[in-house]
Design a protein around this ligand. Sequence first.
Ligand code: NBP
Length: 475
Amino acid sequence: ARAQIGVTGLAVMGSNIARNFARHGHTVALHNRSVAKTDALIAEHGDEGDFVRTESVDEFVAALQRPRRVLIMVKAGDATDAVIEELAAAMEPGDIIIDGGNALYTDTIRREASLRERGLHFVGAGISGGEEGALNGPSIMPGGPKESYESLGPLLESVAAVVDGVPCCTHIGPDGAGHFVKMVHNGIEYADMQLIGEAYHLFRDALGYDAAQIAAVFGEWNTGDLESYLIEITAEVLSQVDANTGQPLVDVIVDAAEQKGTGRWTVKSALDLGVPVTGIAEAVFARALSGSRAQRQAAKGLASGVLGDKPTDAAQFTEDIRQALYASKIVAYAQGFDQIRAGSVEYDWDLTPGDMATIWRGGCIIRARFLNRIKEAYDNNPELTSLIVEPYFKDAIETAIDSWRRVVVTATQLGIPVPAFASSLSYYDGLRAERLPAALTQGQRDFFGAHTYERTDRPGKFHTLWSGDRSEVEA
Ligand code: NBP
């Protein structure tokens, strides 16, 4: 047995990460359900490093040095359970199974518990960066037992992206912690993409810019505070011209966004945890709305009730959109980090939020200059209550606030939907409000359900005898 790591599941992600390991000098055992993918990988890239071709699971497991380390990169869900079962039957106590797929973190918790009983280590590792990241350096979020990271960490860190000499990989926390933070990462990615989409919509419909003009603005933005992978690829997508029609490609793509489910998972988890991730939720719903073809067809031609004119100062409105995007992005991250903290408490994971900011700086889809600021914020104060009160972000929002409001007002007057910009602003206004209408909600709840309320002037729980003499009693 000579392989340091085995990879099973050699579709695009698995084969790229196997090549990444091999390019870093590791001997990699290869396995796939259908041997054709294994052979294709060896035929096309066998010269990139030392690969061990295997056909059966037994042969695959026998090719590995102990403790054996196997990375599973198959379709998330039932396939993962099937592969784990086959591997576990062939492996021995102390061996490590890593699931690098997009597993739901509760599945990871279940799998970890069941494999622990059998003496095997199970590491649910979130891997971000798509196929390019898998090959050239992804951001890796491994959970599972801390001991397994001792043997696994150096191997994973050797293939991860590196920023300022720091690998974008660290032990996140026990059992499902790695897949949980990967899920929240994907939720933030949804919010970020939606915000960029809303900015594009405003350029198109409020300023009348064509795709090439908008691409130029995003290209320019990518040299400043907004510098990020998503802004960069936005400029590239908007610049692409369709070979068939000569039109900008974006103008011939059907405007119905699909989703694979990680954004939805993030919102479901946030609902359970009671964390208001409004930006992520609006992003998930905006995709759903775009795909509501029957309703959109039926709603065509409904009254627009447009008030006011399009902005006349394009330079000013462009800067307003940039500021609104930045402020809303701060809110989306603040909400995501709140969810990470809440998950940590709920599952007793003892997560360090600053670690996420560090390992998301490179390799992953949401990599951005901005994450350095979040890392600094958590370095300065690991117990930070919310990103929006940290001095740098507080100042950034103060600078942006007028622009942010102008963008939401203008969009509303023109009938351009901006659910993520608007809900992020409402979240901000909600958090900073002196008095929220929740007092009235509590009164209503007490009226119809005797749910009680607290008072501003003395401790305790109280109930008004609404159907009696309306005097107040202590509950
Ligand atoms: P896919 O998600 O398309 O899965 C294809 C692989 O799963 C093939 O190797 C296939 O084997 C194997 N497989 C299936 Br399907 N059912 C199986 C079963 N019952 N037993 C054994 N093997 C089975 O591959 P991918 O796009 O490379 O993604 C791999 C994982 O990485 C997924 O969990 C994905 O969510 C995650 N991920 C993907 C990206 C991305 O950008 N694509 C990014 C981050 C994470 P076969 O060749 O024999 O059919």
